[in-house]
Design a protein around this ligand. Structure first.
Ligand code: NAD
Length: 467
């Protein structure tokens, strides 16, 4: 038995089984949580399918009002959400509090969109209207780094467009999503939103399910590939937000002390477990030593501890598997570079690795070429900005990137040629619900947020009438 419940067909129910959720800062069991069976997943899809016609037929204003109620309900329990998020995910309480605030802001702003009919032609011969219809049941598959916010990336637009949903959180961070489910049970008609949990065993079933019209997936590129293959059987619509290997190109004209905090923050937020984090820094030879030293100083000063403690800046890695993976990157850093700061796996309970700055490393090393998704940052020396740009672009990934310079024109020119979905100048990791967000190359397919994101939850419907 568990205090947490699945949400299926408007009812809060136990799972067929239970599973334990670990607090990554202590490695102790935080909660026992329901685990859905295949039959429960099928029930959730059936409930969403049943709820679809009535939900789709509601005026958009009515759907909007209910979505906004969810934002109000989260706001009323923001402190509880933030605390639980820190406990299950590991991030410092200040970051968890910000994630909950962002969640409300995203829901509120995404809910403002409309789906007006577009008249393409109206003349003596014909009237042609372009409308947008909802797709049906949307499966939302969520990763463990931002378990609340990423639900808010998908749910408001999917529901506003008239779809119904089955939401599946990651196995190591299900609790905040189940808590959202409790709130949603009170707000939405039965079956409009369903929440099921798993142990990485139901995502495939959801993405092959014949009654699911679309999968909105956020997670690794490796799993994204599987989702894409699963979706082929019924030609499902797909939005894939996948991994990244964001490069920051730092030109020789910057003051290293000035840019270092922004680069450090862009790399180590959420212990580096951010799809859009800086994952490699290309620093010009003129400022290379000074920048490495500044980043090293910030890494040494960072307070790494249980996120519930006051003043903590960096929490643990989220789960044991990721902790082991990042330790592998650390071994690679030792073999292929020089550790300026950090490099320490803390001898204590919890999945703690101190923020680590690695210099004298180059392309070809695993830490540079692959996504570390953890608190280890390689800094690569370059002489020529064109060469840095070519190396930044020589990746299968293309999620974000940034250029740091006091010369705006050069920075804009380089930014314009970076092969990624978002490029920042003199900052990293700044996004909002009004800016379409998506990855280039193998970092994703389609976009989230903004009108473009809303349209991805719809099917174009043309009505062509003879006069
Ligand atoms: P993951 O791919 O292991 O898991 C993501 C989700 O997919 C989980 O809910 C998991 O249970 C589910 N899943 C597992 N196997 C599945 C299958 N066969 N079919 C369908 N779903 C399945 O990713 P993760 O480790 O939870 O998250 C880390 C990765 O996510 C990183 O690569 C990171 O860059 C990426 N990410 C991307 C974005 C973005 O917006 N681009 C945002 C956050 C994280």
């Amino acid at each position: 038995m568990s205090d947490y419940k699945l949400l299926i067909g408007g009812r809060l129910v136990d799972g067929a089984k239970t599973m334990e959720v670990i607090n990554p800062a202590t490695e102790e069991v935080l909660a026992t949580c329901p685990r859905a069976s295949e039959a429960q997943l099928d029930e959730a899809v059936a409930a969403a399918k049943k709820a679809f016609p009535a939900w789709a037929a509601k005026p958009i204003e009515e759907r909007r009002a209910l979505i906004l109620k969810l934002a109000d309900a989260i706001e009323a329990q923001a402190e509880d959400f933030a605390r639980l998020l820190t406990q299950e995910q590991g991030k410092p309480l200040a970051e968890a509090t910000a994630e909950i605030a962002y969640t409300q802001a995203f829901i509120r702003q995404l809910a403002t969109h409309d789906l007006p009919v577009k008249v393409l032609e109206d003349n003596d011969r014909r009237r042609v209207e372009q409308r947008r219809r909802p797709l049906g049941v949307v499966g939302a598959i969520i990763p463990w780094n931002f378990p609340v916010l990423i639900v808010a990336f998908k749910l408001p637009l999917a529901l506003l467009a008239g779809n119904t949903m089955v939401v599946k959180p990651a196995p190591t961070t299900p609790l905040t999503t189940l808590k959202l489910g409790e709130l949603m049970a009170e707000i939405f008609p039965a079956g409009v939103v369903n929440v099921v949990t798993d142990q990485n065993d139901l995502g495939g079933r959801l993405s092959t399910h014949p009654d699911v019209a679309k999968i909105s997936f956020t997670g690794s590129t490796e799993t994204g590939r599987k989702v894409m293959a699963s979706a082929a059987s019924s030609i499902k619509r797909l939005t894939l937000e996948l991994g990244g290997n964001d490069a920051a190109i730092v030109l020789g004209d910057v003051d290293p002390a000035k840019v270092a905090p922004g680069i450090f923050g862009g790399a180590f937020l959420n212990a580096g477990q951010v799809c859009l984090a800086i994952k490699r820094v290309y620093a010009h030879a003129d400022i290379y030593d000074a920048l490495c030293a500044e980043l090293g100083r910030l890494a040494e000063e960072a307070i790494v501890d249980d996120g519930l403690k006051q003043g903590v800046q960096i929490g643990p890695l989220q789960n044991a598997a990721q902790y082991e993976k990042v330790k592998g990157f650390l071994a690679d850093a030792r073999a292929n570079g020089t550790i300026v700061a950090g490099g320490v796996v803390e001898d204590r309970p919890g999945y703690f690795i101190r923020p680590t700055i690695v210099r004298d490393i180059s392309d070809g090393a695993k830490l540079v070429d692959e996504e570390q998704f953890g608190p280890i940052l390689p800094v690569i020396r370059y002489e020529d900005a064109e060469d840095a740009l070519a190396r930044a672009n020589a990746s299968d990934m293309g999620l974000g990137g940034s250029v740091w310079s006091t010369d705006r024109e050069t920075a804009r020119d380089l930014a314009g040629r970076m092969e990624s979905g978002t490029v920042w100048i003199n900052k990293h990791l700044d996004f909002g619900p009004n800016m379409p967000f998506g990855g280039a190359k193998q970092s994703g397919l389609g976009v989230e947020f903004a009108e473009e994101g809303l349209h991805e939850f719809t099917q174009i419907h043309v009505i062509n009438e003879a006069k």
